[in-house]
Write a protein that binds this ligand. Sequence first.
Ligand SMILES: NC(=O)CC[C@H](N)C(=O)O
Length: 376
Amino acid sequence: MTHEAILVLEDGRTFVGEAYGAVGETVGEAVFTTAMTGYQETLTDPSYHRQVVVQTAPHVGNTGVNGEDDESDQFWVAGYVVRDPSPRAANWRSTGELGDRLAAEGVVGISGIDTRALTRHLRERGAMRAGVASNGTDAASLRERVLAAAPMAGADLSAEVSTAAAYTVAAQGTHRYTVAALDLGIKRNVTRRLAARGVTTHVLPASSTLDGLLAVGADAVFLSPGPGDPATADGPVALATEVLRRGIPLFGICFGSQILGRALGFGTYKLGYGHRGVNQPVLDRTTGKVEVTSHNHGFAVDAPTDAAADTAFGRVEVSHVCLNDGVVEGLRALDAPAFTVQYHPEAAAGPRDADYLFDRFRDLIEGAGTKGAGNA
Ligand SMILES: NC(=O)CC[C@H](N)C(=O)O
């Protein structure tokens, strides 16, 4: 039996479709992703916590779900919006249907709506709160709940997604370096890409102290991606500042980039509708090369792109920019062993163009000669 479902935006615009996944009611920030592939990675990416994700790709679920592509232990999206769900999965790796997994994970979704109209609305008016209901709630009541929900600006969500207990992902082959990763919403492919370079990663809770990071014998520190507004992440920013002071190599991805950006003295701000997809063009200004990259961010760092900035930790330059809109996509400290990218070199899903950044991290650790710094 199909249930009618509604999607109501905070400005009142309403779409009517059918229930997809769990039957119920949910609210979150409505955002769209233009990714054509990788819905399983999207759904399990902790950075989508509290977000109602709209897929612009019209046909979703074609390859079902499998036991290999999860980026974390669960689906994190607050709600899921698709045009036309595949009625039957067909793929050699598939172990089930996406709709069944959404239901099992308790994700309330809606299908059969004009996702192109919804995306154009969000693009013109900006990301905003939305509710999805398939339990009979009427549009007016749902809108009241949407308006009562906390907005993404000002949201501090790290503690809700971080690991409760530390765990270790061992290097593949010969162990070369040890990295302490602050888990603010880490994805599995980050530790995999590090492991492939001989790095053993200790994934630590978001509340970890500097002593906790150093206790694992870290040669370097990694700041993970994650959900929420970086302006609220004062704890991780203070930690990153301490790591910079010690001269320990530091790499941050996405939320981690924003935190490291703040530790270097820059501000962050909310983008109109964010970057989410797997074909965003980014220029690496240090090499002049353009790469096609995977993005999922709603906030960005405010740093000057014309010349290196003078900070408390020396000169810092914008190393990467998005060619669609000029948004800062990476920072490089010229006088400290630290760099960041705002997008996802771990990709999954997405192109592998930016995988070299994990080589840069390895080279930074190698060059810094801090091996065993954490034991000092
Ligand atoms: N993927 C991420 O790390 C997202 C970072 C941050 N929550 C943002 O939306 O910009």
